[in-house]
Structures are given as C-alpha cells and as structure tokens.
Ligand binder design. Structure first.
Ligand SMILES: *[C@@H]1O[C@H](CO)[C@@H](O)[C@H](O)[C@H]1NC(C)=O
Ligand SMILES: CC(=O)N[C@H]1CO[C@H](CO)[C@@H](O)[C@@H]1O
Length: 731
C-alpha cells in the first residue's frame, strides 16, 4: 500500500511521430528559403517597371514564411496529459480535500439570459465533490435584479436537482442540457417530477426576463431585493452581496437532508467616475469576497455560457495540484473550451479544433498553455501574487471554523467593502495581485505573468469535453470576437510584459515564440491583403509576378503550397474535423485576416497614438429564430451593415472581376498561353473566387435576411469596379 500512496496522479506523454514531423518541417523550410531566394534574386532594378510591386511581394512572402516558422513552435514539442482520478479518490479523506471556489461571471442580462446563467451554476453546484468544500459565486456586472431573481430560484431548485443528480448519476448536470439531450432514464417517475419543477422555474424566470421586472409577490419573499432600493443604474450602485445558501449552516440541506454548496450573488459596487476594469475587475472582486466567505484554495473560473459537461472534472484538475512530486509548481490547469452549438462543418470556424487539439498541446510541452479565461482551475495563492520558489510545497489547509460564529448578515456586511470601487486604490490589485487590468485579453496576460514568475501551467484535453459554451452564430459576431482577441494579443506584445522581451529567459524560448505567434495575429492582415489584391490585378493586366511552369523556381512554390495545404488538411482531419469544415476554416482564415485583424491593427495604432480609448464589446449569446435556423443549415449570415462586410465584398468582387476578365481574354485570344505563363497567379485568383462562393450567393442570389445588405452590394461593386478599371487604364 505504501507504493500506492506515492504513485503519481498524472502522467505526461510525448506525441508520436515528432521526428517525422521535424523532417517534414525542415523540407518545407527549404522550400520557403528557395522562394525567398527567387524573390530576392529577381528584384527589378531601380527605374524598371514593377520594382515596388515585387518588393511588396518579397515582404509578404518573408512575412508568411517567418510566421510559418513561428507556428512550428506550437507543433514542435507536443505533450498529452492524463490523470489518475481513482488514485486521488482513494488517497484522501473528505476533510483533507481542498475547498473549491467557482466563479461564474456574467455581464449583461439581455445578451446573457439569466436562465442560461443559472444552468451553468447548476452544472457546477452539482459537481461530484463534497458539497461542504464547494462554493459557487456569481458575479453579475449587469447588477440586474433579474439575474438575482434567477439565482434565488436556482437556490431553491438546487435542493431538488442536486440529490437527483447524485442519486441517478445524471450527466450532464446542467438541467437544460440534460433535458435537451433526451437521454431516457429508467427512473422515469422522478424524472417527470423534476422536469416539471424545472420547467415551472424556467417559465417564471423567462417571463420575468421578458417583462423586464419581477412580480411584486416574488419580490416580497426575499430580503435581498431591498438592496436594489438604492440602485440607480447598472453603472451606478452599491455593492450587492447576498449569500443565498450558506454551506456551513447545518440547516441548509437538500430535500434528502444532504449538504448543499455555498451559493453567493455579487454585484460589485459601480460608480461612473471609477473605472471598473471589465471582467478582470469582476474576478478580482470575487477573489476578495470569496476569501472572506469560503476561501477555497482552488478557484475555477467559468464564463456564464459555459456549463460543465463532466461532474468529475474537479478531480482531474486536483490530480495535478495534489501530485506530491510534480504538482507544486503548477499554477493553473486549463481545459479547452468546447462548444455545444457546433454544426457539422463549423462554418465560422469557431470550434478552434486545431488550436485545442494541436497547438495547445504544443505550448504545454514548453511550459504550459495560455490562460484563456473560461474552464481554468487556479491556485488561489498564485492568483493572489505568491512568488515562485523552487522548493516550496503547498499544504492543504483544513477548514478554519472561526467564520462559523457569524450570522449570514454579519458576514455579508463585513464582506461588502471588499467589493467597493475604492478598495483597490493604492494597492497592487490589477497589477501584481489578481488579474491584470488594461488589456482586452486580461486572462492571457495574467497567465503570461504567472508563467514569467516561474510557475507552470497544464493543459488537459480529455476526449469528453469538460466545459461546453455557446459559439457565435453569425459572421459579424465571429469577426467582432476575433477583432477583440487579436487586438488584445497585440496589446500584450506591445506592453511592458511583452513575450518578446520581458519574458525572455523567464519562460522557455518555445513558449515565448508560441505567445508571439498568437500576439501577432493581427499583423497578418497586411500580407494577406496584399496577396489577395495585387496578384489578381496584375493577372487582369497580363503581367506575370511568379515563375512560369517551365521555370525550375516554379517547383519551390509548388512544393511549399501543396505541402503546406496537405499538411494543414491532414492536421485538421486528425483533430476531428471534416473536409468541408476545413474548407470553411480557410474562408474564415481569410475573412479574419482581411477584416478583424485589419481593424484590430488600426485600432491599436490609434490607441498607441492616444486617439481612442479601450472599448469592450460582448458578443450576443441569444439570437432570433431566423438567425439560428440559418446557422443550423450552415448558411452564412451576412445580414449586418458592417464596414467589415464592405471590405469582404469588395475583395470578393475584385477577384471575381479579375478572374472573369482573364477568362474572357483566354476565350477571345487562342494564342494567349496563360496557363503556362501565369499558372500560379491564376491559381491564387481562382482559389479566392472559389472560397468566396457563399459570399457571391449572399451578394447576388439570396433573398433572405441573411443576404448582404444592398447598400453594401452597391458600394463594393463600385469600389471593385473602380479599382479594376483605374488599374488597367491608368497604371
Ligand atoms: C458531454 O457529456 C456527455 C455525457 O454526459 C457525452 O456523451 C458527450 O460526448 C459530452 N460532449 C462532448 C462535446 O464531449
Ligand atoms: C443560441 C443558439 O443557437 N442555441 C441553439 C444551440 O443548439 C441547440 C441544439 O442544436 C438549439 O436548440 C439552440 O437553439
């Protein structure tokens, strides 16, 4: 039994086939070097035609090649983790397990409906973990009494739901997902009862949400609502804190007399004159408030739309933190974000299967994944700024029972000041302590700083997804989300804590490159825009910019293009995608780069020059019927008047004109040896036309609400026409 006690709780395996992969990458890199040599060696001399175009191409190809090298850092050293939950399960007595505080963040009750939020709350309250050790905190930055009302209803329904889940080993434990999954259990009678209870509660909450207010009789039932008496708006109110279930109270039990986890509602104080620092501010308030109530040593952070699909995933995370040999330097355990609303071919590329199934395993091999916000377990101490020391060993604290004396009201009043606007003044909160402020991707920069201090992180990607969220279901949502991420990443690169210099020698080179690879997403827009405009225009004009098929240099292009795309396709398929899904991903790749990244880059430049301020937009989580239907049928949604769409449509139109112009020339002039002379340019333009097919449909053929608005159609038509004609006639 002695050996059983010391067996490791997790295992790390290296990916197979790395030697082969490295060889392959080597040959591809040679190809890239040949392309560079060709471009470099053939620059037209000063004064000659086309010198600048050529230099532009050289620049773009240098960028693509170097970026590809960076992406290799994400593939070089992949590792896979697996855990031994059974060993952990048998090793510790219940009272020796650490407390877990779960933070769910919501920001706006209109885009994040309360019923969805409480389903996330249920999925974590019902975790298979001693209830006394579990506390769930909901941070409501919308300060909405509707959300509070929903949570109040939830605190009641939990008394039925939790014992039901435990008794019948229900999975998943979000009631909405469970009932929707239609799994037909044999305990039919009890299921009918609980389903009815749930539906009644859902009705009440949805009705209240629709009305926008809470019925008087419900309001009178709970003292908590009185906290809204002094409320003037979501940007201006006192701290609202309510312990809805106190897990330490022996009277707080479910219908079978079992213990319940603590459940807390928090809307931190907001004042217009105090910056609230968005989600990072909310998280930091939660860290302090929870420290005074349950003070769990492990913190799980979840977005409100991301329910837990595995009631045992706490144990997975603890396997890392509690491993005696290798667990002491692990600061956080990141799970991938899975999505519930995925269609088969993922038209908006929002499942990120290559990032979650390949790249994050790669960064894990170099010291740990990025902290990406949701689905991440942290050590509280580290989040609160503990410095890394090599031989330090974490001790698992026993409960401190001194809080038990206080009444709930006393505890609430004593805790409220911790969530006030002024608490953080002249402290290190938002800097050395807690999540960092001032960045659009506050989670990533916080994770980076943690790693720079010497801590490691771990990426656990089990077959069955532990957390499932809602992916954007329109193109504009997708592009806006991408803009925010890529802009935040660029901010990190330009910040004091840049992976390029600050992190040097603090984290491994591989991890540094991995971070940079994400950080410079937005800069990709320049080369991509150049490549999707210039070669096509020159094709129309009949000027060749690439080697002819008979030229030996042609083969370096041919090899790099085909090897890169075949590899990329295989990688996508191995990550669980479909061929059509890959094709869709290529389209989104192009759209992201020509719009989201471009806007992110421009915004960053403007902000650096101090022209504008940080803005933060949340992507809507609810959609009208129409939009959902198109999404489920995998029809792209262009139905918004966004400057992003004008760019996309103009580029698509421009390539269509160039392609059509060339086809016309070929038909009229039989001697025109186009394939031979301009094969690569034709291929590029043809590929751009092919990939844009759904957009042409949206421009010219579709009649539904998701088509491109006619104002954009006209604008982009004129712009593209102007570009093509002025180029052919004037230039
Ligand atoms: C979610 O959990 C269920 C089991 O309850 C499992 O069948 C399903 O595959 C999981 N979903 C994902 C996306 O992993
Ligand atoms: C917001 C949204 O589109 N939700 C959908 C997610 O997927 C489920 C099942 O396919 C639908 O029922 C939801 O309407």
């Amino acid at each position: 039994m002695e050996s059983e006690k010391s067996m490791p709780l997790f295992e790390t395996k290296k990916a197979r086939g790395r030697v082969l992969h490295r060889l392959f990458a080597g040959t591809l890199f040679m190809g890239v070097c040949f392309i560079w040599a060709y471009r470099f060696g053939n620059i037209p001399r000063e004064g000659e035609d086309g010198r600048w175009v050529w230099i532009g191409l050289l620049g773009a190809e240098l960028w693509f090649g170097l970026y590809w090298v960076l992406t290799q850092a994400l593939r070089w050293n992949q590792v896979y983790r697996c855990t031994f939950k059974d060993r952990l399960y048998h090793r510790y007595a219940e009272e020796d397990l650490p407390g877990i505080d779960i933070f769910v963040c919501t920001a706006d009750s209109t885009v994040e409906p309360p019923i969805m939020v409480i389903n996330t709350v249920f999925s974590v309250m019902a975790y298979d973990y001693p209830a006394k050790k579990l506390s769930v905190y909901l941070s409501d930055d919308g300060g909405s009494n509707l959300t509070f009302y929903a949570l109040l209803e939830a605190s009641n329904f939990a008394r039925y739901w939790i014992p039901y889940c435990k008794k019948f080993k229900v999975e998943p434990r979000s009631p909405a997902a469970y009932f929707a999954s239609g799994s037909n259990p044999n305990h039919y009678g009890e299921t009918t009862v609980i389903k009815k209870l749930y539906q009644e509660m859902e009705d009440r909450i949805v009705t209240a949400t629709k009305l926008g207010r809470i019925l008087e009789e419900a309001r009178l039932k709970h003292r908590g609502f009185s906290q809204w008496d002094s409320y003037s708006s979501r940007h201006d109110h006192d701290t609202i804190l309510q312990i809805l279930i106190d897990g330490k109270d022996p009277n707080a039990t479910d219908i079978d007399g079992g213990a319940l986890p603590t459940l807390v509602y928090l809307a931190r104080e907001k004042r217009p004159q105090h910056p609230h620092n968005f989600k990072a501010g909310a998280m930091n308030a939660l860290i302090r408030v929870s420290s005074n109530i349950s003070n769990g040593q492990i913190i799980l952070n979840l977005d409100c739309d991301m329910y837990s699909n595995n009631s045992l995933c706490i144990w997975d995370a603890l396997c890392f933190f509690m491993d005696k040999e290798n667990g002491h330097d692990i600061a956080f355990v990141q799970f991938p974000q899975g999505f519930e609303n995925m269609t088969k071919n993922d038209i908006y590329g929002s499942s990120f299967i290559v990032i979650s199934n390949v790249e994050f395993h790669g960064v894990d091999g170099f010291g740990g994944p990025l902290y990406i916000g949701s689905g991440c377990f942290h050590r509280r101490d580290v989040l609160c700024g503990r410095k890394f020391t090599k031989d330090f060993k974490f001790q698992w604290k026993k409960d401190d029972d001194n809080k038990i004396q206080k009444t709930m009201q006393e505890l609430e009043e004593e805790t409220k000041p911790l969530a006030s606007c002024t608490y953080e003044q002249n402290t290190e909160w938002g800097n050395e302590i807690g999540l960092k402020y001032g960045c659009l991707v506050e989670d990533v920069i916080t994770g980076l700083l943690t790693q720079c201090k010497g801590w490691k992180s771990v990426y656990l990607n089990p077959e069955r997804k532990a957390f499932l969220g809602v992916a954007p279901i329109t193109l504009s949502q997708t592009l806006v989300q991408q803009k925010r991420w890529s802009e935040g990443h660029l901010q990190i690169l330009l910040s004091k804590y840049s992976p390029a210099w600050y992190a040097h020698a603090k984290i491994s080179l591989g991890l540094q490159l991995g971070y940079i690879c994400y950080n410079i997403w937005s800069v990709n827009c320049l080369a991509t825009l150049y490549y999707s405009i210039i070669p096509s225009l020159y094709l129309l004009k009949g000027i060749s910019l690439y080697p002819q098929v008979s030229d030996p240099w042609f083969w370096s292009f041919a090899y790099v293009i085909s090897a890169k795309y075949i590899y990329c396709l295989v990688e996508f398929l191995c990550s669980g995608g479909t061929i059509l899904g890959w094709w869709n991903e290529q389209r989104i790749w192009l759209y992201k780069r020509t719009t989201s990244y471009l806007f992110a880059l421009i915004d960053t430049i403007l902000k650096t020059l101090k022209f504008t301020n940080v803005t933060f937009s949340i992507t809507a989580k609810v959609a009208d019927e129409d939009v959902s239907q198109r999404y489920e049928k995998e029809i792209m949604d262009f139905g918004a008047s966004s400057p992003m769409f004008t760019i996309l449509a103009t580029l698509a139109m421009l390539n269509l004109f160039c392609f059509a112009g060339v086809v016309k020339k070929v038909i009229m002039d039989e001697n025109f040896r186009l394939y031979e002379e301009m094969f690569l340019q034709l291929l590029l333009c043809g590929a751009l036309v092919l990939i844009n097919l759904p957009l042409y449909q949206g421009l010219f053929l579709r009649k539904d609400k998701g088509k491109v608005p006619s104002s954009i159609t006209i604008k982009s038509f004129l712009l593209a026409l102007l570009a093509c004609t002025s180029f052919t006639f004037l230039y």
